[in-house]
Design a protein around this ligand. Structure first.
Ligand SMILES: [Ca+2]
Ligand SMILES: [Ca+2]
Length: 213
């Protein structure tokens, strides 16, 4: 089922060969680290959010405005998306036209994924950029039936904290969508390998014994 996504992965590596980092495409929230932060919009109300909206350390931007909406009455509710979600229209009406949503991270992260409500056309894409605006990865959701009976999960995992911005771009302004259950997390400083820790502990014991002797 992931052939399409894998093709996009390879294409992304080829297209950014000058600054490429290896990454894994994520297709379900269960693949993401349990240490990640989560923005699920459940603490928001149904409201217009303007062209720029900040929540949980994420800054969302969409040129035609956004709103937080309740999608719980749609059949797909509970699969990748749930309850309150972010919708790329200022008036909150779940209809076309819709426009891209950019998400800026306060500090770069290694993992980023989200539920994509109702992707219907091939060519929708989530683009992942580093802090200098270089495209790192490009992942398309799997299209499905219309009218809110379908959702997909789109994400990537890197070995380094390189993701600074994510652009969610509908291929057509008529492909109404929303985003929810955003998961992101940094790796931070590399963790020492277990062998290194054991060696350091052994040295400490040795040093203690010498002092006693
Ligand atoms: Ca939600
Ligand atoms: Ca749609």
């Amino acid at each position: 089922m992931n052939n399409a996504k894998n093709c996009v992965l390879l294409a992304a590596i080829a297209a950014t060969a000058g600054s490429s980092y290896a990454f894994t495409v994520v297709t379900d929230a269960s693949q993401m680290s349990t240490n990640n932060a989560m923005t699920d919009f459940e603490n928001t109300s149904i409201s217009s959010r303007g062209n720029t909206f900040s929540l949980d350390g994420l800054t969302f931007t969409s040129n035609r405005g956004m709103s937080t909406v309740d999608i719980s009455l749609f059949p797909v509710n509970g699969t990748h998306v749930d309850g309150m979600a972010l919708f790329p229209r200022l008036d909150g009406e779940v209809r076309a036209p819709v426009f891209p949503i950019d998400i800026d991270l306060a500090t770069p992260v290694a993992q980023f994924g989200f539920g994509w409500f109702d992707p219907n056309f091939a060519g929708n894409v989530a683009e992942f950029y580093d802090g200098e605006g270089n495209l790192l990865a490009s992942v398309e959701p799997t299209p499905g039936p219309k009218f809110g009976v379908h959702a997909d999960y789109v994400g990537v995992m890197f070995d380094e904290d390189v993701i600074a911005q994510v652009r969610i771009i509908p291929v057509e302004t008529s492909d109404v969508f929303a985003i929810d259950n955003i998961s992101w997390g940094a790796i931070g400083e590399p963790v020492p390998a277990p062998g290194t820790i054991a060696l350091a502990a052994g040295s400490l014991v040795l040093g203690t014994r010498r002092r006693r002797g």
